[in-house]
Design a protein around this ligand. Structure first.
Ligand SMILES: C[S@@+](CC[C@H](N)C(=O)[O-])C[C@H]1O[C@@H](n2cnc3c(N)ncnc32)[C@H](O)[C@@H]1O
Length: 277
């Protein structure tokens, strides 16, 4: 990771985006199968409540794992993603949706910096996708871009892991065997740089068809840092829960769903609800 220093140049920003695009192009053929056990229905229901009658913008929409169930609630979803291969799969899925349903559309874009010229009642980034922005300045810029796209009553929702509690930032190095049989082995290696809050991961899959390396890089952030980024973007934490069902966020929570809205015009912020020790 790049040591702290002057802000990134446009060339560096484009390089980061291209690297993430290349990584996710490699993940794309496996993504839907890998996430098939993650039930998106609760997230979709919660997001639909927040979108109301309006449309939603998803940052890092991927193949539309949550966007399609959200569209079934009647919410049109537009998404940005770095990876052409992820978007291609989303478009294939959209083609199979019966006419008359709310659409899911996506285009290539950087969630750190975007200007769509539209305002949404709901902008969201889920499944720790926010951490795929590997520099703090890009994460702040994402909050600012999201804030600019919100209607006056709009909400920006960030769903992510709590780094230490979820195991993301617990060890300097880690190896996890994910699947093993007589014919194949799937394991992940993680190297954690606590100075820059970066976790580099490599998933290795070996089987009769050969081997495959699937890399990933994340910059994790604790909820308190996210709240500060929100403040810099003119947003405030409205509520934080441990999941989509609204369970209280506590010291042992491994994930959080954080809902941000515009700061009051007079800059007075009321205390957020849903957090308890
Ligand atoms: C973990 S997947 C999540 C996809 C989807 N949100 C879901 O919940 O299934 C992360 C997605 O973020 C995308 N991504 C990574 N960096 C990005 C960036 N800077 N801008 C936009 N999308 C990005 C990847 O291409 C990938 O599709």
């Amino acid at each position: 990771s790049r040591p702290p220093g002057p802000p990134s140049t446009t060339g560096e920003i484009m390089k980061d985006l291209h690297q993430q695009a290349a990584r996710w192009d490699q993940w794309a053929p496996y993504y839907d199968e890998d996430t098939r056990n993650q039930d998106p229905s609760r997230a979709a229901a919660g997001l639909s409540d927040l979108a109301g009658d309006g449309a939603a913008l998803e940052l890092g929409i991927g193949t539309g794992r949550v966007a399609f169930p959200l569209a079934e609630w009647g919410t049109a979803v537009f998404g940005l993603d770095a990876s052409q291969e992820m978007i291609r799969r989303l478009e294939e899925r959209q083609e199979k949706i019966p006419e008359g349903r709310s659409p899911v559309q996506a285009r290539i874009g950087d969630m750190a910096r975007f200007d769509l010229g539209t305002h949404y009642p709901l902008v969201y980034v889920i499944a720790s996708t926010f951490f795929l922005l590997t520099k703090q300045e890009d994460q702040v810029s994402c909050f600012r871009s999201a804030a600019r796209h919100l209607t006056p009553e709009g909400r920006f929702v960030v769903e992510a892991a709590v780094p230490h509690a979820s195991g993301m930032a617990s060890e300097r190095q880690q190896m996890i065997v994910r699947e093993m049989s007589e014919e194949h082995l799937k394991w992940s290696a993680f190297v954690h740089d606590p100075v820059h809050q970066i976790v580099r991961a490599q998933e290795v899959r070996v089987g009769p068809e050969g081997y495959r390396l699937l890399p990933n890089v994340m910059r994790y952030a604790y909820p308190a840092e996210l709240d500060l980024m929100a403040q810099l973007a003119g947003l405030r934490l409205e509520r934080r829960t441990a999941d989509w069902e609204g369970s209280p966020f506590t010291a042992t929570s491994t994930h959080h769903v954080s809902v941000y809205s515009h700061q009051a015009a007079d800059n007075e912020t009321s205390p957020p609800t849903g957090a308890s020790a």
